[in-house]
Design a protein around this ligand. Structure first.
Ligand code: VG1
Ligand code: CO
Length: 538
């Protein structure tokens, strides 16, 4: 086996976005594309010599081939050991758990998350630091800088490693250890939640449906929900991870998890419905006839997390991404703990979690998690809901109603304008930005703008600064509209418009969200000129 040094030239567009580098699978498969990016990571975080790296992905098309290439490159760069999930599988939260539990030097996670997979779908790769979380901007910036000046990469000329059997083998000078992708993660979950109470709840007839969307969470949900907690076989559906996610869109929301929604709103609905995304870090929660927005889920979980044994001591703080509704802030205020508003993307929660300033974090995009790992964690959120339901005996609808009665309801919705013209979307943002200073004080659709800014964030722990993280139009405590361009798409641009309105009166908390938000939606449209600029009605 010899180490080959291959001459290469920089490839345009290898700039990590909200969560690593994402591109069309066919682009990732082009000769040198993956290799350039991997060598750029190794050079940014290296020297890799002597280190232990965790490698795994969500099982999408190209996952196995890419892992073989990464292993050969890690060996050629002198890594001591690679820890790989069997068949190349590791959910994103499980990868974070493994990185932390084995005290490794970080890992490479292969996923484009909720983006469709397959040869014509998307692929992605990101580096996670030894604390288990996504690389912070300083590191992703260094990786990107390397991609612009790379001249060569190193790879071992060797046969493929057998990833189907547990155990250790050698690849040149590097040890490769194939692990059960579920075990370390399942141990962690058992240490946090009251499995006995949940088991008793299932035994007493509690019913749930978990849609794994043919993505990576299937084996985890099967092992934990059906295997350990005694949920009947068939509770987990679409449980086999498929390279193209069965042709579906592994994004757990009411649109893409339509079958689950129909079941939960139909006759004989189970008590709890849940789904997770391609790489297992997102979650959807829906009760019988009651969909829970991710922003509400974060608030409810934060308010009730002390019911789970792993959090019985309470929490130190709550962090939410800026576009996530202010419902979590109300819980923090009630509990007397600080709340933090960070830019979009889990990498911004890492310092707060490491410093013990926040215990629970969440994003409106169906991501919730805690200090147990450094990624958002879909199944963790589902288990916490289960723990709360088992401990209180309340239904999802009752838990929501109780929460709103106590804290008020933040009606919430996100409107995505997907695949729009990039220049038009940037023009809309630029124009809004240019008018920000003149907006406060103006009244629109019966709402008064109290603040308007381009969100900037100074990390309270390490002082790092992130600017231009989205435009906020704040209407006092009453409402908010936020505009952002997506950083995970692979074609054109996606404009995200986040809308919320606060309703303290329990008698008015049962409205249909789009109707309740109508004035905020109208204000957002008028101020940004969405229809004329993007040529889109919806
Ligand atoms: C989206 C979400 C963001 C999330 C990111 C990665 O980013 O809005 O909240 O952190 O995806 O999640 P963007 O830039 O497209 O808005 V995942 O599950 O795709 O790793
Ligand atoms: Co994801």
């Amino acid at each position: 086996m010899t180490v080959k040094t291959v001459t290469t030239t920089p490839i345009e567009g290898q700039k990590p976005g909200t969560s690593g580098l994402r591109a069309k699978t066919r682009v990732f498969m082009q000769p040198g594309y993956l290799e350039n990016f991997v060598q750029s990571i190794f050079d940014a975080v290296g020297p890799v010599a002597g280190k232990t790296l965790v490698v795994g992905g969500d099982g999408r098309f190209f996952n196995r081939r890419a892992i073989q290439t990464i292993l050969k490159m890690a060996a050629a760069n002198g890594a001591a050991r690679a820890v790989v999930g069997r068949e190349g599988l590791l959910s994103t939260p499980a990868a974070s758990a493994v990185i932390r539990h084995l005290r490794t030097d970080g890992g490479l996670i292969l996923s484009a998350s909720h983006n469709p997979g397959g040869e014509d779908g998307d692929f992605g790769l990101k580096y996670n630091i030894p604390a288990g979380g996504p690389a912070p901007e300083g590191v992703t910036g260094a990786i990107h800088a390397n991609t612009l000046k790379i001249t060569e990469y190193r790879i071992l000329e060797a046969g493929d490693v057998d990833l189907s059997a547990l155990g250790e083998s050698r690849l040149g000078g590097m040890a490769v250890e194939v692990i059960d992708p579920v075990a370390i993660y399942a141990d962690l979950m058992r240490s946090l939640f009251d499995f006995d109470a949940i088991r008793a709840h299932f035994a007493a007839g509690f019913r749930m449906r978990f849609d794994a969307m043919h993505a990576v969470t299937g084996p985890y949900a099967r092992a934990i929900l059906e295997g350990e907690l005694g949920a009947p076989a068939g509770t987990v559906i679409n449980a086999a991870p498929l390279p193209d996610f069965g042709g579906g869109h592994p994004d757990p929301n009411p649109v893409y998890a339509a079958d689950l929604m129909a079941e939960m709103f139909g006759p004989d609905a189970p008590d709890l419905g849940a789904a997770s995304d391609g790489d297992g870090d997102r979650n959807m929660i829906v009760g019988r006839g009651a969909y829970v927005t991710p922003s509400d889920s974060l608030a409810v979980l934060a308010a009730n997390i002390h019911l789970a044994p792993g959090y019985s001591g309470g929490i130190t703080g709550i962090a939410r991404s800026m576009p996530t509704s202010r419902a979590a802030d109300r819980v923090a205020a009630r509990l007397g703990v600080p709340s933090y508003e960070t830019p979009t993307g889990w990498k911004f929660f890492g310092t707060l979690l490491d410093a013990g300033r926040a215990t629970i974090c969440g994003e409106e995009s169906a991501g919730t998690g805690s200090n147990h790992v450094r990624e958002k964690d879909g199944l963790w959120a589902v288990l916490l809901w289960l723990n709360i339901m088992a401990a209180t005996g309340r239904s999802v609808a009752e838990i929501l109603a109780d929460h709103w009665a106590a804290h008020g309801r933040d009606y919430y919705s996100r409107h995505d304008y997907e695949g729009v013209d990039k220049a038009a979307a940037e023009g809309l943002m630029d124009d809004l930005r240019a008018r920000l200073a003149s907006l406060p004080g103006s009244e629109i659709e019966g709402l008064t703008i109290t603040e308007a800014d381009d969100f900037a964030y100074t990390d309270p722990v390490d002082g790092s600064v992130a600017t231009s993280q989205g435009i906020r139009l704040i209407f006092g405590d009453t409402a908010r509209a936020v505009f952002r361009l997506s950083g995970t798409g692979t074609v054109g641009a996606t404009l995200r418009v986040y809308l919320e309105r606060f309703e303290p009166d329990p008698a008015r908390q049962g409205e249909e969200p789009q109707a309740a938000l109508a004035p905020v939606i109208a204000a957002a449209h008028t101020l940004a000129g969405i229809r004329t600029r993007l040529g889109r009605e919806a």
